[in-house]
Write a protein that binds this ligand. Structure first.
Ligand code: ACO
Length: 181
């Protein structure tokens, strides 16, 4: 088989269609087209894409993985107590990971790990940022293993956080502190 040549780059408007398709394929939750527009136009969202430069026939710049995240104010995130939120520093921020995904044929190659590394590096570079955090559905074993392996701390279980096809599922809240958060 061939050797993938994985590269990381920003998400751009031409990624819209593939980004929407992969989200629909791998997530049980539907996202609004507004969300995808915000991602590709970098409106309040930061994101990174993974591509395989070794793919032939015009696919060498096509998304095979992505991570999307939003900057949140620590005081509004509702988890200030767990982030040692300091009221004397009202401008403290957090990076909230919205979606992370890798297409099936490219899994277990360390791509998700690299995408999360990019987010942590970015968050660390923002002086006001205190942590990266995210929610994951309680049955998602691969993702939970990934976050634990990357030293995220599981700080909460939220009962019935997700509603999918009329059924409630719990979520875990994972946090990775940066800048002494
Ligand atoms: N079973 C157990 N552990 C796993 C698995 C698995 N199937 N897949 C990944 N891991 C863990 C391992 O600890 C692995 O480290 P190791 O290889 O040293 O053992 C670590 O994660 C890193 O694995 P990567 O190869 O970087 O992960 P991958 O690129 O395969 O992507 C992901 C993992 C994103 C969870 C992928 O399976 C996926 O896209 N799943 C569907 C979408 C999804 O669940 N996204 C996350 C939802 S949460 C959110 O979006 C905020």
């Amino acid at each position: 088989s061939h050797h993938p040549a994985i590269c990381y780059r920003p998400i751009q408007p031409s990624d819209l269609e593939v980004l929407e398709r992969i989200h629909a394929e791998i997530f049980p939750i539907r996202y609004e087209s507004e969300f995808f527009q915000s991602v590709v136009h970098e409106r309040d969202i930061v994101s990174w894409a993974a591509v395989d430069r070794s793919r032939p026939n015009g696919h060498s710049d096509e998304l095979i993985g992505f991570v999307t995240a939003r900057i949140a104010m620590a005081k509004e995130a509702g988890i200030g107590d767990l982030l040692r939120y300091d009221p004397s520093k009202p401008d403290q921020t957090l990076v909230y990971i919205l979606t992370l995904g890798v297409v099936e044929t490219y899994r277990n190659l360390g791509i998700a790990r690299s995408l999360i590394r990019q987010v942590i590096k970015y968050a660390s570079s923002v002086p006001t940022c205190r942590a990266v955090y995210l929610h994951v559905i309680s049955y998602n074993v691969p993702a939970i293993h990934l976050y634990k392996k990357m030293s995220f701390k599981c700080i909460r279980r939220l009962q019935g956080f997700y509603l999918i096809n009329g059924q409630h599922y719990d979520s875990f809240l994972f946090v990775y502190y940066v800048n002494g958060g």
